[in-house]
Design a protein around this ligand. Structure first.
Ligand SMILES: [Fe+2]
Length: 181
């Protein structure tokens, strides 16, 4: 389950109910999928091929269609990052810049881990959402954020889009943001 770290105070929020309430108050959708539904060879496996990515989509078809139906997403795919990804370090550097999108950024982690750093209310500032397999999050449109990996440096995530061609990162220069880690 996800945990929260508030950057300004170092405060941590843990436990599904507390995390859900915190994220709801910040306007961030948070759900949980049952990753034990995945076949054994896909559980905690982040070095997957295209065929296995399709398998992930088919295992979670019902959850994807439910989320898409509620929020108007029309396309979905699977992204996998690990030490097998060429230029992983360069990619991560590119990710770790505060930006916004013109649509929600929806990610369902199906293996590995990830962190979304998101700008909350003015008084709260930035907070980290530490995600593990099963965590599903939607960063709302126009909300400054970035994504990075945790120590294991690997993740598999389902991405849902209204229109993938509109899903472009627009960098934000935010004086409130004081560092990537
Ligand atoms: Fe983003």
């Amino acid at each position: 389950m996800a945990n929260i770290k508030i950057r300004n105070t170092g405060e941590r929020i843990e436990g599904y109910q507390n995390v859900s309430k915190f994220l709801e108050d910040q306007g961030v959708l948070y759900e949980h999928w049952d990753t034990s539904k995945l076949p054994a060879q896909l559980q905690e496996n982040c070095k997957i091929n295209d065929e296995q990515k399709e398998q992930v989509l088919s295992v979670f078809e019902e959850e994807i269609k439910s989320l898409a139906g509620r929020n108007g997403y029309h396309k979905w795919d699977v992204v996998a990052l690990s030490e097998a990804t060429p230029n992983l370090e360069e990619l991560l550097k590119k990710f770790e810049q505060v930006h916004v999108h013109t649509e929600d950024e929806v990610r369902a982690i199906t293996a590995g881990n990830g962190i979304f750093v998101i700008k909350g209310s003015e008084e709260l500032g930035y907070f980290d959402v530490e995600l593990e397999a099963g965590d599903v999050i939607s960063v709302p449109v126009d909300t400054p954020h970035f994504f990075t990996l945790r120590e294991d440096r690997q993740v598999v995530a389902v991405r849902l889009f209204i229109d993938p061609s509109g899903w472009v990162a627009h960098p934000v220069q935010d004086p409130q943001f004081t560092g990537s880690n």
